[in-house]
Design a protein around this ligand. Structure first.
Ligand SMILES: C[S@@+](CC[C@H](N)C(=O)[O-])C[C@H]1O[C@@H](n2cnc3c(N)ncnc32)[C@H](O)[C@@H]1O
Length: 339
C-alpha cells in the first residue's frame, strides 16, 4: 500500500478529488480518513467508498461531467498510458483557478515521464518530489488557466468499431480493448455444442466489450442476456454493442455478479479476470465461480475459460455437481460446470 497516497489523502480536505482505479483498493480497505470526493472507473471501488461514508462518483474518468470544482486532484497513476494521459488532459475541467493535480507513483509506474508530460500540459516547470520509494508530481494551474498541448490519449473517450473485433465497438480503458482474447475465442467455440437450442437466460460475467454475449446472440438470437462488468469503459462499449446488434437483455454495473438474483439464469459464460492493475487479486476466480453457481438455476451450467495454471477444477469443487474439462490448448482450459 502506498504510504505517500495514504498521507496525501489523510491530509486532504473536502476540496480534494481522489481519482481511484483498482490500485486504490488497498487504501479504501485500510479505512483511511478521507474527507473529499472519490471518482472511480471501478464500480466496486465507488461502492466501497460510499459504504465508508465517502462521496463517490462512478464514470470512465469523465472529469468533464463532474459538477463541481476542486482545489486538488490526487491521482495514483493507472497502468494504462491512455488513461493517464486522458486524466492529465482533462483535469483542468474540474480544478479551481490555481488548483493542482498531484500524480503519485513508484519508479516502475512511469511517474517520471508522466511528471514531464503533465508539466508540459499545465505549462509549468516539472515539480517531482521523492518520498522514499515513491514520487509525487505537483502540477498547478496557471492563474490565467492557459494549458499546453493535449497529450496523445488514443482518443480515450471515443468508442470505435474495430476490424480485429469484427466491427464491434471498443475503447481504451477496458481489458484487452483492441483484440479478441485468445481464451474467450476458444470458449466461444464450445457454445454451439453446449448451449440450449431453445431460448434461454444467460449471464455474461465480466463481459468486457461483450464479445461472449455477441457470440451467444449469434447462435440463439432469442436468448436473453445480462452482461455485467465492474469497469466503466467496458460497460459503455458493451452497451453500444448490445444496441448495435439488437441483443435482448441488459448491461449492468456490478461486482462479480453479486447483484444477479439467485437461481435466475440457465447459462453463465465467463473468462474471469486475473490481473488487477499492478496487483494480482487472488480471490477473484473464487468469487466469480461462487457467484456463477449462485446465479444458476438448479439444472443450469456455466462455461468458463481460465489460464491453464489456475486450478479451476479444485476451486469449483463443492460449488458444482459436475466439472468437465472440455479443452486444454494454447495455455487455456475450457470447463463446463454443471449445477
Ligand atoms: C478476461 S476479461 C474478459 C472480458 C470479456 N468477457 C471477453 O471475453 O472479452 C475479464 C473481465 O472481468 C472484468 N472484471 C474485473 N473485475 C471484476 C469484478 N470484480 N466484477 C465484474 N467484472 C470484473 C474486467 O473488467 C474484464 O472486462
Amino acid at each position: 500500500m502506498s504510504t505517500l497516497l495514504a498521507q496525501l489523502l489523510s491530509d486532504s480536505d473536502q476540496d480534494t478529488l481522489w481519482i481511484a482505479d483498482e490500485n486504490s483498493k488497498a487504501q479504501l480497505k485500510a479505512g483511511l480518513p478521507f474527507r473529499g470526493t472519490l471518482l472511480s472507473n471501478r464500480w466496486d471501488i465507488a461502492q466501497a467508498a460510499e459504504q465508508a461514508g465517502i462521496t463517490a462518483l462512478f464514470s470512465d474518468f469523465d472529469l468533464g461531467a463532474v459538477e463541481r470544482n476542486f482545489s486538488r486532484i490526487v491521482y495514483p497513476v493507472s497502468k494504462e498510458k491512455a488513461a493517464v494521459h486522458h486524466v492529465i488532459n482533462t483535469a483542468a475541467a474540474c480544478l479551481h483557478a490555481n488548483g493542482e493535480l498531484i500524480l503519485v507513483g513508484s519508479k516502475n509506474s512511469g511517474i517520471k515521464t508522466y511528471a514531464q508530460k503533465a508539466a508540459q500540459r499545465f505549462g509549468r516547470g516539472k515539480n517531482l518530489q521523492k518520498h522514499g520509494t515513491e514520487y509525487a508530481s505537483h502540477n498547478q494551474l496557471n492563474s490565467d488557466a492557459t494549458l499546453g498541448a493535449l497529450l496523445d490519449d488514443s482518443n480515450y473517450r471515443t468508442l470505435r468499431k474495430l476490424d480485429p473485433l469484427n466491427g464491434l465497438f471498443s475503447k481504451p480503458g477496458l481489458f484487452g480493448w483492441n483484440k479478441v482474447d485468445v481464451g474467450s475465442a476458444q470458449l466461444a467455440q464450445h457454445f454451439s455444442k453446449h448451449l440450449p437450442k431453445t431460448p434461454f437466460n444467460a449471464l455474461d460475467l465480466g463481459c468486457g466489450f461483450g464479445y461472449l454475449s455477441i457470440q451467444l446472440a449469434h447462435l440463439n438470437p432469442d436468448a436473453h442476456i445480462v452482461a455485467t462488468d465492474n469497469n466503466a469503459a467496458a460497460l459503455l462499449a458493451c452497451q453500444s454493442n448490445f444496441d448495435a446488434s439488437g441483443i435482448k437483455g441488459e448491461v449492468i454495473a456490478g461486482d462479480a455478479g453479486a447483484q444477479i438474483a439467485s437461481g435466475s439464469v440457465d447459462v453463465v459464460v465467463c473468462n474471469p479476470p486475473f490481473h488487477q492493475g499492478f496487483q494480482v487479486e487472488g480471490d477473484l476466480t473464487d468469487r466469480f465461480l461462487a457467484e456463477a453457481a449462485r446465479a444458476l438455476r438448479t439444472d443450469g451450467s456455466a462455461l468458463f475459460v481460465v489460464n491453464e495454471f489456475i486450478p479451476l477444477a479444485r476451486k469449483a469443487e463443492g460449488l458444482f455437481r459436475d466439472v468437465s474439462l472440455l479443452e486444454k490448448a494454447k495455455g487455456f482450459c475450457v470447463f463446463r460446470l454443471a449445477k
